[in-house]
Ligand binder design. Structure first.
Ligand SMILES: NC(=O)c1ccc[n+]([C@@H]2O[C@H](COP(=O)([O-])OP(=O)(O)OC[C@H]3O[C@@H](n4cnc5c(N)ncnc54)[C@H](OP(=O)(O)O)[C@@H]3O)[C@@H](O)[C@H]2O)c1
Length: 288
């Protein structure tokens, strides 16, 4: 039987990125459904599970993506509630690529430092999908995590509280509008991560040069120039940026992200699985 991947997207277009990876991972066809809402999920899921009989269900997988993280989670729940033995199918969610990207990012950083427990981690742009999930994964590793907004402190604290409540972790929120404020936060951190909107630089190389003290790791997921940290190139993988700062660039992280997504799509074609950021992180740690 051919392997069919049904792609439920909350967006007006299904991401070509995920379509490509689904096909690279061996699916015979990827069928996009766009602007999907919770209301349509049960009917769509039933049409998937009943059409090919119980034996066909392992050949039909559901991928849920799109920019609306909350809606993606609600669709996943609805799809999950709509399946039952022997008609279960694999369901993999990765809103805006955040789960696989955050998993690859945190796995690379963990490999660099050996142990995240107790490490002080700051995440610029941690109010967004990638940074928020990176914060969750690092906090689950017992790191002391602070997400940083470019708006005001209330916005940072509100976002931190929301993520902490949703994922049952403890994350703090901060604000830093000016580069000097961002540098001041970096002074007290062991690990500084940039997950800001593509093309935004958080701290320049000149400012990074002024950071003295213990060894620090910096990591950036943005592959669109300029990089989040001045002097950090996309392919860098624990490159010395200055005497005490080592950097991991967006493509070093992106390669792992790609492999994680491929592995999950492959697993879905031979087993029935439910995959989210937890499974992505488990796999990322074996690949980082
Ligand atoms: N390497 C990979 O494989 C890979 C895969 C997927 C995504 N990405 C990259 O990951 C990054 C994060 O993705 P995302 O979807 O989470 O990003 P996003 O939602 O576009 O932005 C993340 C955060 O950036 C902050 N921000 C926006 N404008 C800013 C500015 N001018 N200065 C400082 N901060 C600003 C916002 O937070 P505040 O408003 O709270 O400041 C926002 O919540 C992007 O650069 C994306 O390209 C990489």
């Amino acid at each position: 039987m051919r392997n069919h991947l049904f792609f439920f997207s909350t967006d007006v277009h299904a991401s070509p990125f995920d379509v490509n990876i689904g096909l690279d991972a061996g699916y015979d066809v990827v069928i996009p459904f766009t602007n999907v809402t919770e209301a349509e999920t049960e009917a769509l899921t039933h049409d998937i599970i009943f059409s090919r009989g119980p034996k066909g269900t392992v050949h039909s997988g559901i991928f849920v993506g799109g920019s609306d993280m909350e809606l993606v989670e609600n669709i996943v729940k609805k799809a999950h509630d709509s399946i039952f033995e022997p008609f279960t199918v694999s369901i993999f969610s990765d809103p805006k690529g955040a789960y696989t990207t955050a998993a690859a990012l945190v796995a690379k950083v963990k490999k660099a430092v050996g142990e995240l427990a107790g490490a002080k981690v700051i995440i610029f742009g941690g109010t967004g999908p990638v940074g928020g999930i990176a914060a969750v994964l690092a906090a689950k590793e017992a790191a002391k995590v602070t997400i940083v907004t470019s708006r005001d402190k209330t916005a940072g604290e509100t976002a931190a509280k929301k993520i902490s409540k949703q994922h049952n972790v403890s994350i703090l929120g901060e604000a830093a509008k000016a580069e000097k404020e961002r540098l001041a936060l970096m002074k007290n951190a062991d690990i500084a991560i940039a997950t800001v909107k593509a093309g935004v630089q958080v701290v320049s190389s000149e400012m990074l040069e002024t950071l003295k003290g213990d060894k620090k790791i910096i990591a950036d997921v943005n592959a669109v120039p300029p990089s989040g940290f001045g002097g950090l190139e996309p392919h860098d993988d624990m490159k010395a940026i200055s005497s005490n700062i080592y950097g991991i660039g967006a493509l070093a992280i992106g390669v792992v992200k790609y492999k994680v997504e491929v592995e999950i799509f492959k697993a879905m074609q031979s087993n029935k699985i439910v995959a989210d950021y937890n499974m992505a992180y488990e796999i990322a740690q074996t690949l980082a």
